[in-house]
Design a protein around this ligand. Structure first.
Ligand code: HEC
Length: 274
C-alpha cells in the first residue's frame, strides 16, 4: 500500500506540469505560444496589481507586456479575447499598443502567465484560478479600462473587423445622426454588453441571452426596472448562480446608460431572425 503510494508520488513528480497554450491570430496565420516559452521571454517581469479585478485584492504576477505579443496589429484594429468558458471581450488595439497617455502615465496591458508548477489561487467563489493566461492592467484608471477588459482563463486573441461590419444586424439605422443617443448606445453596448450577449442572434459570446429576439428587454421590463437591473441584476431577481455582474456609475455613467437603453429600444424595431 505504502509502496503504491510512493510509486504514485514518484510518477506525479516525474510528469512535467502541463504548459498551457495561447493562440494569437492577427490575420496572417495562427501563432501558438505556450506558458513555458512565455515565461522564458527576456521581457517577462514581476508586476504588482494593487486592485486586481478578478481577485478583488492585490496580486503579483509574472507577465509579458501585451503589446510585445501583438506587434502585427494596427492601432485601428479591434482585438477579441476569448476565454475558455466562451466569454469574448473586445478591446480596441489602440488601448494596448499606445497605452492611454495621461500626465505621462498610461494604462498598460500585460499578459499574466500562470506557472503550472505554482498555480494561482482559485477565483473568489469559483473552483479554478484566473489562469493559464489573464490580461491585467497597470494604471487602468488612466485609460478608462473597464472590468470586462480584464479577461481571465484566456484561450485565444484574434483580430477582428469593426463590429458593425461583422454583425450588420446589430447596427442601428444608418440614417441616424452620428451624435444620436442610439449610436452612442451602440458604442456602449459594444464596450460592455457584447462580451456576454448576442443581439439579433449576432455576436460571438454565448454567456447571456439574446437581447432582441424573440423579445427585447425594453418590451417586457419596465424602464426603471431595466435600469436597476443593469446597475445590479440581483436587485430585480436574486438567485445564487446568477452570472451577470452589475455596472456602477464608474464603469457606465448615467448618460451612457440612457444612451444604451435608447439603443435597445431602437433595436426592438429592427428585429432580424436568428
Ligand atoms: C459578464 C457577462 C455579462 C455582461 C458583461 C452583461 N451581461 Fe447581461 N446577462 C448575463 C447573464 C449570464 C444573464 C442571465 C442571467 C444571469 O445569469 O445573471 C444576463 C441577463 C441579462 C438580462 C435579463 C434577460 C432576461 O430576460 O432575463 C438583461 C436585460 C441583460 N442581461 C442586459 C445586459 C446589458 C444591457 C448589458 C450591458 C450593460 C449586460 N447585460 C452585460 C451576462 C452578462
Amino acid at each position: 500500500m505504502l509502496l503504491r503510494r510512493l510509486c504514485l508520488l514518484a510518477l506525479l513528480i516525474a510528469l512535467p506540469a502541463g504548459a498551457a497554450e495561447l493562440k494569437i491570430d492577427l490575420g496572417h496565420g495562427v501563432q501558438t505560444l505556450d506558458s513555458r516559452q512565455l515565461a522564458a521571454r527576456p521581457d517577462t517581469r514581476g508586476i504588482e496589481i494593487p486592485q486586481d479585478v478578478a481577485y478583488h485584492r492585490a496580486m503579483r504576477y509574472r507577465a509579458v507586456p501585451l503589446k510585445a505579443l501583438l506587434a502585427g496589429a494596427a492601432a485601428g484594429d479591434h482585438l477579441q479575447f476569448v476565454a475558455s468558458d466562451g466569454f469574448a471581450a473586445e478591446v480596441p488595439a489602440a488601448l494596448i499598443l499606445d497605452g492611454h497617455v495621461l500626465d505621462g502615465h498610461g494604462a498598460q496591458a500585460w499578459l499574466a502567465v500562470e506557472d503550472p508548477g505554482q498555480p494561482w489561487p482559485a477565483l473568489p467563489g469559483k473552483s479554478q484560478s484566473a489562469g493559464p493566461f489573464y490580461v491585467v492592467w497597470t494604471q487602468p484608471e488612466a485609460g478608462g479600462i473597464n472590468p470586462e477588459q480584464w479577461p481571465y482563463q484566456l484561450a485565444s486573441i484574434r483580430k477582428l473587423d469593426a463590429v458593425a461590419a461583422r454583425f450588420p444586424a446589430m447596427a442601428p439605422d444608418p440614417k441616424l445622426a452620428a451624435a444620436s443617443p442610439e449610436r452612442r448606445g451602440f458604442e456602449v453596448f459594444q464596450r460592455i454588453c457584447l462580451a456576454c450577449h448576442t443581439l439579433n442572434g449576432q455576436g460571438d459570446a454565448r454567456l447571456g441571452p439574446d437581447l432582441n429576439v424573440p423579445y427585447n428587454p425594453t418590451e417586457y421590463l419596465r424602464a426603471d426596472l431595466l435600469r436597476a437591473y443593469v446597475r445590479n441584476p440581483q436587485s430585480l431577481r436574486h438567485w445564487p448562480q446568477a452570472k451577470m455582474p452589475g455596472f456602477d456609475a464608474k464603469v457606465l455613467s448615467d448618460a451612457d446608460l440612457d444612451a444604451l437603453l435608447a439603443y435597445l429600444r431602437h433595436m426592438a424595431g429592427r428585429k432580424h431572425g436568428p
